[in-house]
Design a binder for this molecule. Sequence first.
Ligand code: AMP
Length: 182
Amino acid sequence: MNSAKNQPPLHLATIGMGSNLGDREATLREAILWLGEQSGNRLRSCSSLYETEPFGKADQGWFLNCVIQIETSRELQGFFRVLQEGEVRFGRVRGERWGPRTLDLDLLFFDDAVYSDAELTVPHPGVAVRRFVLEPLCEVAPDLVHPSLGQRASSLLGQLTESSRVVCLGRPPVVLNRSVII
Ligand code: AMP
């Protein structure tokens, strides 16, 4: 009954993460570990941390960003619900009901799915135009092909004209040692 052919097929989800409030690195680390522990999920890769200038709205602190990849047996909608749950769980300053969010979780890609409804658009529409997404993405998956643009992540980064400051801190928020997360 437990043979591989009875297992649900695995999908590969690529997620962009960001935080600009509180202990940004701890929030990202705890959220990554939590996402990897949810049933059907397994953390596959994690980029370095990047300190990045706020995009769009300048009067706020700099972000820490990273990109992770998770293998999952969940389907697209179910996986997105886990991301939303994670944002609620880690994304508010404790005690303030409508307090500022400390965590953004963007579903960048889900295999090569191209999908849009009122809540969810995949690939995430910001992927191709945001340096703070493309730089960490290229660290973990430079050859990932954007399914609607037909271009590799590395090509999208090479063509990018958006020039907000993005500084690689050279260390990941969690260290992966094959299946063991230290
Ligand atoms: P933001 O506050 O900028 O992170 O935007 C969150 C909103 O974007 C939510 O209402 C989501 O339903 C919606 N959304 C649409 N597509 C995506 C996606 N691929 N990843 C994350 N949020 C998405």
